[in-house]
Design a protein around this ligand. Structure first.
Ligand SMILES: Nc1ncnc2c1ncn2[C@@H]1O[C@H](COP(=O)(O)OP(=O)(O)OP(=O)(O)O)[C@@H](O)[C@H]1O
Length: 269
């Protein structure tokens, strides 16, 4: 399925975040954040260090319960549900490195992700009934499709230990895709990538929309990647929403420029 650009469509909200707040003791990490992620969109969530992006991400994926505010997915309230429940609904996040088994091949890693999702014990593979054989074939087809879409088919049988940094980042996304996300949640997926690898990574993300996932929410410091891949960008600063708009709009927004310049000035002082 080809990607239809989000702006060509009627917006239809997959994820709605409303008035979300999270405090840790006296620290207000997230203060009254509201935004939508619509079907067919990639939304970038950006902001200087400590702005509250990861906290916001953890609230949406169920790793933290909000102090107040709501999260709706497909018009159903999911506020405060546990991560496994969010994942079952289709809100799936990727994890850096931790889920990759270095001695297994790319294909085997993605297969493993499917077994976890299908809750089919691997031993059943050795005593297959017709139904198990059918599930097995569907799992292998799905894993192959994911590896192809993610652009790692050349490395299908290569152990993960031999992959480059850029390929490992793609494999992390592939593992998340094995859990059949509707909205894919990526927290700094391009960490450590050079500009060429980040561009390739962005191209892959765009291919996923409308094919393997409905939407993507990406938290990322690599501005080149966020601005080239996102349909809309939400900017956070000191826990609050500072701006929202197309990449062009937020890059021209003087409050956004000031927030980043201020943060950089602090880092370099
Ligand atoms: N578990 C926690 N306990 C106490 N304070 C926390 C906790 N998690 C985050 N914070 C604080 O909340 C604020 C927002 O942090 P958060 O990690 O969400 O920001 P961020 O925008 O993701 O930053 P970065 O880009 O550096 O990862 C920071 O002041 C941070 O110190």
């Amino acid at each position: 399925m080809m990607r239809t650009h989000a702006q060509d469509r009627q917006p239809s909200g997959v994820l709605q975040v409303n008035g979300l707040c999270k405090s840790f003791g006296g620290i207000h990490a997230v203060k009254d954040i509201s935004f939508n992620v619509n079907r067919g969109e990639i939304v970038g969530l950006i902001g200087p260090n400590g702005a509250g992006k990861t906290t916001c991400f953890n609230l949406i994926t169920g790793f933290y319960a909000p102090t107040s505010g709501t999260v709706h997915f497909d018009e159903q309230e999911v506020t405060g549900e546990k991560p496994y429940s969010m994942a079952r609904r289709g809100i799936v996040r990727s994890f850096q490195k931790t889920n990759i088994l270095k001695s297994l091949s790319v294909f085997e890693n993605v297969l493993t992700g499917h077994y976890i999702e299908a809750r089919q014990p691997v031993w059943k593979t050795f005593f297959p009934t017709a139904k198990v054989r059918q599930t097995e074939a569907a799992i292998r087809d799905s894993a192959a499709r994911i590896v192809n879409t993610i652009g790692l088919s050349r490395h299908m049988n290569v152990p993960a230990a031999q992959l480059s940094c850029g390929e490992l980042r793609l494999l992390e996304v592939a593992l998340a895709l094995a859990a059949k996300p509707r909205i894919l949640m990526l927290d700094e997926p391009a960490a450590g990538l050079n500009s060429h690898e980040a561009r390739e990574f962005g191209n892959v993300l765009r291919k996923l929309i409308g094919d393997l996932v409905e939407s993507i929410l990406i938290v990322e410091h690599n501005m080149g990647l966020v601005m080239s891949v996102s349909d809309r960008v939400v900017v956070m600063h000191f826990g609050q929403k500072l701006a929202e708009g197309t990449p062009e709009q937020v890059q021209r927004n003087s409050k956004v420029v000031e927030a980043y310049l201020g943060a950089n000035a602090k880092e370099h002082s």
